[in-house]
Design a protein around this ligand. Structure first.
Ligand code: PLP
Length: 442
């Protein structure tokens, strides 16, 4: 086995060169990891190097890499039939999954499911349904939000300008408002007592000066902001926001694409806040890596007629089988493991916070944990160079992690990560952080 200090290895280097010639340069690779195979939370590259995987395919492989039960479910369905188009015909596995999602979603009223292939399509479906049902054109979304990259969802995304640059005009009618990013609250000088002023701001400023509330169909909100920096809102926030939206008859669309299916220690993250949404968007962790998503809405909202919206691949039977098995495993014990291991990782990170001059904030729920790095704990000056170097250095030492937001490192391993593997990854993270802090003169 080649030394990790020589990463990428010979074979990986050759693949990266071929990729550069053949694949779109718009992809965002932080380091040259070229995967050969994986098991659980471990992954091996094409040169035989072993890595601890804290990414889980960007919060997707909920059951770890190649979980044998999920592999079996995929094989068994593929042997029966691979595709039939669930929007034109019927097959039991799609109906079973719809029934399961309707049972799980935290909405008391009856719900129905629209199947998609990805997160962005789940958001598009919600966008279209909200417009169709409410008969008004405007949407609210958040600064720092990530909802996807197709035109409707991109219009809601407000995470990095590179994602929007060059693509204007986007879908009109979207207004972005500040998220409850308490570590960097834009209102903290004017409203030091907080009282969740960021919600009042929508009513007092946005609805008063910018847009009539009765033209707004829906607000799109991540229960915990993901791509924007793993930002966890305070306990009162979702409740206050929902009450405001109810006052103006605006749909509460919760994007659980990154947070859903046990990742935060509950089936859906919004359950931590006890708020009942109108529509829930899902994808990522639902099927352990098979491409499927869903938009689940109150039945009373699903008034669109046959032909109004559909998708050839949405609800593909192999993906549905993988989803049913994934959900079974998540319910069996993975959600509980996510809560337990998440707490362990959070406790560890909280414990090392004072020893590290660059750790400004540790936050998260379950296995969705962010460590925000700063140049100075007092001024909270962001430290993107330090964050990027830590991610790079961790890779060289055998840990796959990624950043999110301008200056945060995110931990989002598979829900079945073991204590030993988690501890091994944490040790590598701390070693990388210590080295980079020293080099930065902190
Ligand atoms: N919404 C959220 C919260 C996400 O994290 C993502 C992807 O990162 C998306 C939507 C878009 O999902 P996809 O990349 O499957 O289109």
């Amino acid at each position: 086995m080649e030394s990790k200090t020589l990463l990428p290895g010979r074979k990986a280097k050759a693949w990266v060169e071929r990729d550069a010639a053949a694949v779109s340069p718009s992809y965002t690779r932080s380091y040259p990891f070229v995967m050969d195979h994986g098991r659980g939370s471990e992954a091996w590259d094409v040169d035989g190097h072993r890595f601890i995987d804290f990414n889980a395919g960007i919060a997707v492989t909920a059951t770890g890499h190649a979980h044998p039960a999920v592999v079996r479910a995929i094989q068994e369905q593929a042997e029966k039939f691979i595709h039939m188009s669930g929007t034109d015909f019927y097959y039991p596995v799609q109906i079973e999954l719809a029934e399961k999602l309707n049972a799980l979603v935290p909405i008391k009223e009856e719900t129905q499911v629209f199947f998609t292939n990805s997160g962005t399509e789940s958001v598009e479906a919600a966008f279209k349904l909200a417009r169709y049902r409410m008969g008004c054109p405007r949407m609210l979304a958040f600064i720092g939000a990530f909802h996807g990259r197709s035109m409707g969802s991109l219009s809601l995304t407000g995470s990095k300008y590179v994602q929007r640059k060059g693509f204007a005009p986007l879908v009109p009618g979207v207004t972005h408002v500040p998220y409850a990013y308490c570590y960097r609250c834009p209102f903290h000088l004017e409203y030091p007592s907080c009282d969740i002023y960021c919600v009042d701001y929508i009513e007092e400023t946005i609805f008063r000066y910018l847009i009539p509330a009765d033209e707004v169909a829906a607000i799109f909100v991540e229960p915990i902001q993901g791509e924007g920096g793993y930002v966890v809102p305070p306990p009162e926030w979702h409740g206050r926001l929902k009450a405001l939206m109810d006052k103006y008859d605006i749909l509460y669309v919760v994007d659980e694409i990154q947070t859903g299916f046990g990742r935060t220690g509950k089936m859906f993250a919004i359950e931590h806040w006890g708020v009942e949404p109108d529509i829930v968007c899902m994808a990522k962790g639902i099927a352990s890596g098979m491409p499927i998503g869903a938009m689940v809405a109150r039945k009373s909202l699903m008034t669109w007629e046959a032909g109004a919206h559909a998708s050839t691949f949405g609800g593909n039977p192999v993906c549905c089988a993988a989803a049913l098995e994934t959900i079974r495993l998540v319910e069996e014990n993975l959600m509980e493991n996510a809560a337990r291991m998440g707490q362990r990782i959070m406790d560890h990170l909280e414990g090392i916070k004072d020893d590290h001059p660059s750790i400004g904030d540790v936050r998260g729920k379950g296995l969705m944990i962010g460590v925000e790095l700063v140049k100075d704990k007092e001024t909270r000056e962001p430290a993107p160079e330090i964050r990027n170097e830590v991610v790079q250095r961790a890779f060289e030492k055998g840990l796959l992690i990624l950043g999110c937001g301008p200056t945060t490192v995110r931990f989002m391993p598979a829900l079945n990560i073991s204590q030993d593997v988690a501890d091994e990854g944490l040790a590598i993270f701390e070693e990388a952080l210590t080295e980079v802090e020293k080099e930065a003169g902190l």
